[in-house]
Design a protein around this ligand. Structure first.
Ligand SMILES: [Cu+2]
Length: 433
């Protein structure tokens, strides 16, 4: 990031707090719908810790992806050159890192009364690079999502920062957005390695269900399955000084000009389309390449811009500096912020083992639900990869069931669903030898 990008990101966080306060609204929503026990109210949706026993409600990755998008769009309203960067907490672990500089993420701690602790102890550790590769190597989506959410790569960073971060009000701390952009980038990497692997059973998300109003605007209805590829939202992760913009059609659905800003090289190509009557701008400080597959249709407006005025800040720095000094928007130190165990839930179902074995299977499958789990099963369905049902069985509720005579299934990948009273208990990929 350039100094300009750092300054503008910080300014945007302060500016958003001046109202309508999106930081406070996202934090309150995140807290109000953090995690409910579906046994007590099956109709109440939530955002966290739905795996492994409530796969039909799990939206952890998709919800936070759209939350990052909502925040970034609001910031780009203030300055179209802003992108939310990611904090790789497996590599960048020092409290002396530039991440925590007073002119970057540092100042918010005092200004907003976040009460960070940067806990350097044996319990609240940041993840190691090895822990990141281990979780990234998990191939089953639900297992991946569960290990990510509960493990150190996601939850550890919340606990390490301390203050608001390990509580349900974590989006009060700007580092939340840099942390969750890292989690989102990891999901993006995982989806690239396992194409089409992410699937959500639920078809809409709270807040993004077409009914929530913020600042006089109704937020759209988002089907989590439609955003398993971040490119769909126009979000591209740059690495090794290269941003490759591809497979995207400009729509101007959020801004009258869509701007893509990156300090280093930007390649635009491979089915990147600017349709007629849309406006798109690509901005780099160094280099932009328009490659085969890039199309700007007639009647569109497309600008490739080398930003030579990068040092100049576009938001009004002076007044923001003044408001920072006056410490205008400290968060109230309410009791909710003291719940430091939000990211360390004692969910009895966490240990619940639902096993489908052997996998790969041949002639039979043993289905077993640990006694400690509160629900059994009374139905099993197996689908082939085209979604066709190849087996369906109903039986009396039980914790243990054997499917026999599976010789007739051809070798390959199948999806097994275990249900109880029509409610999905487990959905998993299985492989026939
Ligand atoms: Cu969250």
């Amino acid at each position: 990031m350039t100094q300009y990008e750092r300054d503008e990101l910080v300014n945007a966080f302060y500016e958003l707090r001046n109202g309508p306060d999106l930081v406070a609204d996202l934090a309150q929503f995140h807290s109000d719908f953090f995690n409910f026990d579906s046994a007590s109210d099956p109709t109440q949706l939530d955002i966290h810790f739905n795996l492994p026993d409530e796969p039909e409600r799990q939206i952890f990755f998709a919800w936070h992806r759209y939350q990052m998008f909502e925040m970034e769009q609001a910031m780009q309203e203030l300055n179209p050159d802003i992108s939310i960067p990611w904090w790789d907490s497996s590599e960048d672990q020092s409290i002396f890192s530039p991440v925590w500089d007073e002119d970057f993420m540092g100042s918010f701690d005092a200004a907003w009364l976040l009460n960070r602790t940067y806990e350097d102890n044996d319990i609240n550790l940041l993840p190691t690079p090895q822990e990141v590769s281990t979780v990234q190597a998990v191939q089953d989506f639900l297992e991946y999502a569960n290990s990510m959410e509960r493990g150190r790569v996601h939850a550890g960073a919340h606990r390490w920062v301390g203050g608001a971060m390990p509580t349900t009000l974590s989006p009060r701390d700007p580092i939340f957005y840099l942390h969750h952009t890292f989690i989102d980038k990891l999901w993006d990497d995982w989806e690239t390695a396992n194409p089409g692997g992410s699937s959500h059973i639920i078809t809409s998300m709270i807040r993004y269900d077409g009914t929530y109003v913020f600042n006089g605007e109704v937020l759209p209805l988002v089907d989590p399955d439609d955003i398993t590829d971040s490119n769909v939202l126009g979000v591209f992760y740059a690495e090794n000084q290269l941003a490759s913009l591809s497979d995207y059609t400009v729509s101007n659905s959020h801004h009258s000009i869509e701007n893509f800003y990156y300090q280093f090289i930007i390649d635009v190509g491979d089915n990147f389309v600017v349709p007629s009557n849309t406006n798109c701008q690509v901005t780099s400080i160094n280099e932009i390449n328009l490659l085969p597959g890039f199309t700007a249709q007639s009647g569109s407006s497309f600008v490739a811009r080398i930003d030579t005025g990068n040092q100049a800040s576009r938001l009004d720095n002076t007044s923001l500096l003044a408001s920072r000094i006056n410490n205008p928007n400290p968060f109230e130190y309410d009791p909710a912020i003291l719940d430091k165990n939000a990211y360390n839930p004692t969910d009895p179902n966490f240990e619940a083992a639902i096993s489908v074995s052997p996998n790969p299977f041949d002639t039979f499958l043993d289905l077993k639900i640990e006694e400690s789990n509160r629900q059994g099963m009374d139905e099993v369905v197996i689908y082939d990869i085209s979604g066709r049902i190849v087996l369906q069985k109903y039986f009396d509720e039980t914790n243990q069931y054997q499917l026999e005579d599976l010789n007739y299934l051809l070798g390959g990948v199948y999806i097994i669903e275990i249900l109880n009273g029509n409610r999905l208990v487990l959905r998993k990929k299985i492989v026939k030898e």
